[in-house]
Design a protein around this ligand. Structure first.
Ligand code: UD1
Length: 415
């Protein structure tokens, strides 16, 4: 059994450098297909979702090579536009290949995407946006077939903010003909990083960081070296690790500007921090207060990816808290496992009521990436030893959560 063994209630006191962002790296890797040359991604996180995307790109005929934490992607020639079913099904974010393959090959064949089990996760917004840019779709044998004569400029109005659908629209439009205007787009930082990458490679995208992106199509992209930004969700996870142990901790180069909602919640529970010269100094000795009301929202709101992790923190607080999940309809999957550790959590529709208390270490099972991380955080706050099964889920998004937590002074090991 591949798991993680955690000794609880050791106050953290150490420092850790924050890895590159998973959700920034994956769409940028897809974007590298649009450059008929070589793209170098520095600080690329060595996580299994990135390795899976690398495998998919190789399957499409691209060359890839790692040098330390730099990933080189050569897409001078592409041999096909069909994403292997077995690989695509494993990872929902493979859907961003739709936009880049249509942009590059005018054709794309993808299996319906898999990934973390956190709700229905439809792709209607992706398809409507790409149709507005001239693509057509058909479904056959569980596969999605897309094609286009030429991606052309168009106007898209998203009725609902979607990170992946915005990224797909940007990827399809950047090398298309004419100008595209995308309204109602996601303002998540990762969309901004994708646009900055594309601009660095010769794209012409304006409105970055706003809900309206304007893209003037360019005939081609050129080679570039781009640094993947630090991961705001990994950084947030380690803030929660400090909080739950009532310890300290220093995060090196965390993306604090992208972490405002999390840091506000951390302050509300009694955490204190100072940011100075690229380091975030955490002081969590008093981080034991509950929160009356916290809800996940699109950026700059509290991120859904930190909801279950913060739930673990509140399960160890002194008093009653409530968290509402407003992005995904089924993101409380971790609750039964937290209950096994003694957590008092009731879920009613989209809201979890938590009565804080003392957790006890026991054997629990990760079922998805962030829920698994939540169990590790709960284990850090619990009495005794916790064993979290299915470490492979954590490896999808954390380079080495054990290494990082041990750097912060925890006692955690792979087992
Ligand atoms: C991305 C992130 C994921 C994060 C999520 C929300 C990546 C690789 N993943 O996922 O970690 O939790 O943003 O911040 O970056 N929706 C539709 N129709 C669609 C697409 C989405 O109804 O066609 C709905 C979803 O079911 C969900 C909401 O829109 O309720 C937001 O989803 P979206 O922003 O698309 O998330 P992802 O891009 O899948």
């Amino acid at each position: 059994m591949k798991g993680i063994r955690i000794t609880g209630q050791i106050p953290l006191d150490g420092e850790v450098r924050i890895q590159g962002s998973k959700n920034a790296a994956l769409p940028v890797m897809a974007a590298a297909l649009l450059n008929r040359g070589t793209t170098v991604l520095k600080a690329c996180p060595r996580i299994t979702d990135v390795f899976l995307m690398e495998k998919i790109l190789r399957g499409l005929g691209a060359g890839t090579r790692w040098q330390g934490d730099s990933l080189e992607i050569s897409a001078c020639q592409i041999s096909g536009c069909q994403v292997e079913r077995e690989l695509g099904e494993k990872m929902r974010s493979s859907i961003v290949l739709l936009g880049s393959l249509l942009g590059r090959c005018k054709e794309a064949v993808l299996p319906f995407p898999g990934g973390c089990v956190i709700g229905a996760r439809p792709i209607d917004l992706h398809l409507r946006a790409l149709e507005a840019l001239g693509a057509e779709f058909a479904e056959q044998d569980g596969r999605l077939y897309g094609r286009t004569g030429k991606m052309k400029g168009g106007t898209i109005l998203f009725p609902k903010s979607s990170v992946g659908a915005t990224e797909n629209a940007v990827l399809a439009a950047v090398c298309g003909e004419g100008t595209s205007v995308i309204r109602g787009c996601s303002r998540e930082p990762e969309v901004g990083w994708l646009c900055r990458f594309l601009n660095q490679a010769g794209g012409r995208i304006s409105g970055i960081g706003t809900s309206c992106l304007v893209i003037q199509g360019v005939p081609k992209l050129h080679d570039t070296v781009f640094t993947i930004p630090p991961d705001r969700i990994a950084a947030g996870t380690y803030v929660c690790a400090s909080a739950v142990t009532r310890g300290k901790g220093i995060l090196i180069e965390p993306p604090v500007k992208e972490m405002k909602a999390l840091l506000r919640a951390y302050e509300k529970i009694g955490g204190q921090y100072v940011y100075n010269s690229g380091k975030l100094f955490l002081c969590s000795q008093k981080a034991s207060r509950p929160i009356q009301w916290l809800e996940t929202q699109i950026y700059p709101g509290f991120p859904t990816d930190l909801q279950s992790i913060f739930l673990a923190v509140l399960a160890c607080a002194e008093g009653d808290s409530r968290i509402k999940e407003c992005i995904f309809e089924d993101r409380f999957k971790v609750v039964p496992q937290l209950r096994r550790m003694g957590a008092h959590i009731e879920v009613e529709e989209q809201t979890a009521r938590v009565r804080g208390g003392t957790l006890r270490g026991t054997r629990v099972k990760a079922e998805e990436l962030r829920g698994g991380a939540a169990l590790v955080i709960a284990g850090l706050g619990a009495q005794g030893e916790t064993y979290v099964e299915n470490r492979e889920f954590m490896e999808r998004g954390y380079e080495d959560i054990c290494r990082d937590l041990n750097c912060l002074g925890a006692r955690v090991r792979k087992d």
